[in-house]
Design a protein around this ligand. Structure first.
Ligand SMILES: Nc1ncnc2c1ncn2[C@@H]1O[C@H](COP(=O)(O)OP(=O)(O)OP(=O)(O)O)[C@@H](O)[C@H]1O
Ligand SMILES: [Mn+2]
Length: 273
């Protein structure tokens, strides 16, 4: 028996091969695809286009969970128009070590969008800034503050308008500073301050404009999940009132949510990353 007879089904009539973070030499194996006039496309999905792929979809984060990794990759590919709804894909990724060792056959489904791609690709703030803040919220959610669960509210982008729709709860420790998210020392500061009330306001380029901000957006017509309260309402509402996105870590259920235009566009469990 030839294994191809059994496993060949996985590759039969696929519309595209999706390579998740391939090494240069792995990607090279597909370099003759054009010449062969193959009837499938090759798409590289990774945090960085280190292999110089022609068709590349950027992953905002290196997702540990393989199903999530594949789902987000497909979502980005759909958004970029690299694949189409209903396309059958062979997704090659690494499960056990650094190299590609696993192939899944998946059908792209536009209906099962989570919105993560939308969060990164179509927001006003720099994607790197959003990524840093999302990572920070996820990390805070994982570890809590000295072992205890913490909540936090980050408003990213359109900072001038957000400042106009909010007021200080206390002295702003970032008043005269020029610090940016992503900077390791800043992350330590942000984690420390997250024990205190209110929201962090972050500019499009990642400058921390303020901590301890009490948001006063109009909350009319904003719906949040049952069981959540003022923090999420404020986060949702400010994202509708301005062009900012809100990244909210819930102290009560431990989830990280992102709001854009008043809607939840992403919900992740920090324990899964
Ligand atoms: N309008 C607001 N602007 C900024 N921060 C706020 C605002 N309202 C509430 N918060 C902050 O959120 C904290 C938690 O409030 P609340 O419990 O009502 O929110 P929640 O949505 O239930 O969030 P959690 O799931 O974390 O409990 C408050 O202690 C306060 O620090
Ligand atoms: Mn609460």
């Amino acid at each position: 028996m030839v294994l191809d007879d059994v496993f060949g089904d996985i590759f039969s009539s696929v519309d595209a091969v999706m390579l998740f973070s391939p090494s240069g030499s792995y990607y090279e194996r597909f370099s003759d695809v054009d010449e062969l006039d193959a009837d499938f496309d090759v798409v590289v999905v990774s945090t960085e286009n280190t292999v110089g792929a022609d068709t590349f979809v950027e992953l905002p984060l290196d997702f540990e969970n393989v199903a999530e990794r594949v789902r987000f990759g497909l979502e980005g590919s759909l958004e970029q128009g690299v694949i189409e709804d209903g396309d059958v894909l062979a997704c090659a990724t690494s499960v056990f070590d650094d190299g590609i060792d696993t192939v899944s056959r998946v059908r792209a489904d536009a209906d099962s969008h989570t919105g993560i791609y939308n969060l990164f690709a179509k927001s006003r703030a720099d994607p790197e800034v959003i990524k840093s803040v999302l990572e920070l919220a996820i990390e805070l959610g994982k570890k809590g503050q000295k072992g205890k669960p913490v909540g936090a509210l980050f408003i990213v982008g359109d900072a001038g308008k957000v400042m106009n729709k909010s007021r200080p709860l206390s002295y702003n420790p970032f008043e005269k500073s020029h610090v940016h998210v992503g900077d390791p020392i800043v992350n330590v500061m942000l984690k420390e301050f997250s024990r205190l009330d209110g929201a962090f306001i972050i500019s499009d380029s990642g400058k921390i404009v303020s901590a301890y901000r009490y948001l006063e957006p109009s909350a009319e017509g904003v719906d949040i999940p049952k069981g959540l309260g003022a923090r999420h309402m404020a986060g949702g509402a400010i994202s509708r009132d301005t062009n900012a996105i809100s990244i909210v870590l819930s102290e009560s259920d431990g989830l990280v949510r992102a709001f854009k235009a008043g809607e939840i566009i992403l919900e992740v469990d920090p324990e899964e990353y």
